[in-house]
Design a protein around this ligand. Structure first.
Ligand code: TRP
Length: 459
């Protein structure tokens, strides 16, 4: 029953998979989202919960997701259906695949809009728009972009077209080598920015904000957001890593691969925070500034450093690239299913799903200008889509993936797939997916009832 190779092809090596999966994991989530949600949720305690969730929930769930993908060798919808059938369970488990497809469409809809900001900032950096600016000028510059729906739509369209292009050609073509070169450059550039932050005069204050936990600052919503972000940043809970796993060779070690990806992803997020928070305090901004945080802080850094126009251009190119390698993984589960089951050509499938995401994305475009008024609590349409996908759909998907791998899939199957023998490593993994992930997600979800009250309460 289980196919040894996916009809969509296979990665050329374990490293190719690591690069692609790291490309998926490292993206706007690390550089744009992590700092601003850490800022909104009080810093240190939030960061601690986030790191804990990466280790205790993210790593075991990622192993589960890769394992299921490689065992099923199909799109997540069909993988779930056939693995469930093999285990003698209901084919309705395929609903998990559908949940993922829906989450992917919703996430990509706004992801593309924000990636469009990065594209716009490439040109702003290149033309020297940041030279010597202060925080008020950085804010005016940012608002001149977000306040202009036509401009936002133009960049959103550009980014979505680039995503459709790569997905049409197959996620493996050319991407491996690009990630291999660009990821290290990104790390170096982040180090340059941290080096700059070191001299900003508020480095210690920034670091204290990020790393010294004050639990009085952390609300129930904050815990949910931290957990949701652990799924988001590792690309878990919607089948992206599962579909990438379905292209992975039988010989690769899933455990080692997972640790590498999680470590790189966390490194990038922590470095981004260390580059951004000192600038927040040095230039009189607020950590809770919101989704514009990275676009307000880093231009100030680039505007003051030597070679700033060059470094700034390079940085936003890399940010757009990182977003690109993430965006394709959001589309891939839906495209793989359309190719497998409906029989469409890859290019048709990519165009259709990408266009759908583009339309939904208009809701986010207008959330920053004509529809910026809150709809529920303090959230506008963008805020609602982000909240529901990251904090409800992904953890729910992750929980079901963990339950499936721990309780539905036979012990022999998971032991065979992980190839860790029967030792402590395997038993620990099984304990985490059977008990820790479901319980942790369940407990945090119980707060959701309270959280939904908070959400509906006027700000
Ligand atoms: N992990 C990516 C980031 O941090 C975003 C992303 C890509 C993602 N694929 C995903 C999030 C799948 C959730 C699910 O930017």
């Amino acid at each position: 029953m289980t196919k040894r190779v996916s009809i969509h092809g296979q990665w050329s090596s374990r490293w190719a998979f690591i690069l692609a999966a790291t490309g998926s994991a490292v993206g706007l989530g690390n550089i744009w989202k992590f700092p601003y949600i850490a800022g909104e949720n009080g810093g240190g305690a939030f960061v601690l919960v986030y790191l804990l969730c990466i280790v205790a929930i993210g790593v075991p769930t990622m192993m589960a997701e890769i394992l299921l993908g490689r065992r099923g060798r199909q799109s997540p919808i069909n993988t779930m259906q056939s693995l469930a059938a093999e285990a003698g369970r209901s084919p309705r488990w395929r609903a998990l695949g559908w949940l993922g497809v829906l989450a992917g469409v919703l996430i990509l809809s706004y992801y593309s809009v924000v990636a469009g900001w990065a594209l716009a900032y490439i040109f702003r950096a290149g033309t020297g728009a940041f030279t010597g600016i202060d925080s008020a000028q950085a804010a005016a510059l940012f608002e001149s972009l977000t306040g202009d729906p036509q401009l936002l739509i133009a960049w959103h369209t550009t980014f979505m077209a680039l995503t459709i292009l790569i997905v049409s050609r197959g996620v493996r073509s050319g991407l491996e080598s690009a990630v291999k070169v660009l990821m290290p450059v990104m790390l170096v550039l982040l180090l340059v920015l941290v080096g700059y932050a070191l001299n900003s005069g508020a480095f210690q204050q920034g670091i204290r904000f990020m790393f010294s936990p004050n639990f009085a600052e952390l609300t129930a919503t904050g815990v949910l957001v931290a957990m949701g972000h652990a799924f988001f940043t590792l690309s878990l809970g919607m089948g992206a890593i599962m579909v990438y796993g379905s292209y992975l060779s039988r010989r690769a070690s899933i455990a080692r691969t997972t640790f590498t990806i999680a470590a790189l992803d966390t490194l990038v997020a922590v470095l981004a925070g260390m580059a951004i928070f000192p600038i927040v305090f040095a230039s009189g901004l607020q950590p809770g500034e919101g989704p514009g945080l990275v676009f307000l802080t880093l231009p100030i850094s680039f505007g003051q450093m030597p070679w700033g126009a060059f470094f700034g251009t390079l940085f936003f190119i890399l940010l757009a690239f990182a977003a690109w390698t993430s965006a394709i993984s959001l589309l891939e589960p839906a495209v793989a299913w359309l190719v497998e089951t409906v029989g469409w050509k890859r290019s048709t499938a990519a165009l259709a799903t990408g266009t759908l995401c583009w339309f939904v994305g208009l809701g986010t475009v207008f959330s920053f200008n004509v529809w910026s008024e809150p709809l529920i609590g303090e959230r506008n349409l963008f805020g609602i889509i982000d909240f529901v996908t990251s904090n409800i759909m992904l953890p729910l998907g992750g929980l079901l993936i963990a339950v499936f791998a721990g309780w539905v899939l036979g012990r022999d199957a998971s032991r065979d797939e992980l190839a860790l023998g029967d030792g402590r490593g395997y038993r620990a993994w099984r304990f985490f997916v059977r008990y820790v992930t479901p319980l942790a997600v369940g407990i945090v979800f119980l707060h959701v009832v309270g959280v939904l009250d908070l959400l509906a309460r006027p700000a």
